[in-house]
Design a protein around this ligand. Sequence first.
Ligand code: SAM
Length: 226
Amino acid sequence: MEKLFDKYGVILNENQKKKFEKYYELLTFYNEKFNITAITEKNEVIIKHFIDSALGQEKVGDGTLIDIGSGGGFPAIPLKIMNDKLNVTLLEATGKKCEFLKVVIKELELKNINVLNGRAEDFAKDKNYREKFDICTARAVAKLNTLCEYCLPFVKVGGKFVAYKGEAKEEVKEAKNAITVLGAKLREEYYYNLEDYSRALITIEKVKNTDLKYPRGNGKERKNPL
Ligand code: SAM
């Protein structure tokens, strides 16, 4: 495992190695029951889930983080393993996946990390969560324009949203209006390759409060993106 991490410049200590090994065991053991991922071959899990998630750590930085549509915990659990100082909230719509996330947290003995079961559109309206986070992350949840409406309401002014994407140039163009309307600015588009895959980390900075009418709800974020 560590050789693959090394290849991408992600250096693990003993404790982190153990946690990633345990995470892989839990993923394969519970995958059928909780329907977490189509990827199960070990090297593929390491590259496409663990390393892909960990490679965002510099862009993500420190602070309070909410991960939208965490699924099996990506990217937030690898980010937490790499940086224990992060205070993490995992938001996931599917109850079964939340059960799995709670198992992982317990078995990996992770602290300052909790799980919310529900939809981003609903939690974003809750004053306990709205504009309360330094960082929001999301991977493989929706197109960037839709995702901005799910994610930016959670971010404090001065904080950021880091979107993990594949080919993203077109999506970034399409999301320009949503970014402005939601009170944010595109800060960085970082494109790189992971094995044969084109990957991107898109960083969007929150510059003013998001109007309370967003997210609009009733599926409008997807059906009629800003
Ligand atoms: N982020 C994980 C990853 O990269 O492996 C999971 C990706 S999976 C394709 C998308 C996840 O987002 C699903 O688990 C789904 O239940 C969740 N999801 C989709 N829309 C959501 C929403 N509006 N609020 C919360 N979770 C959502």
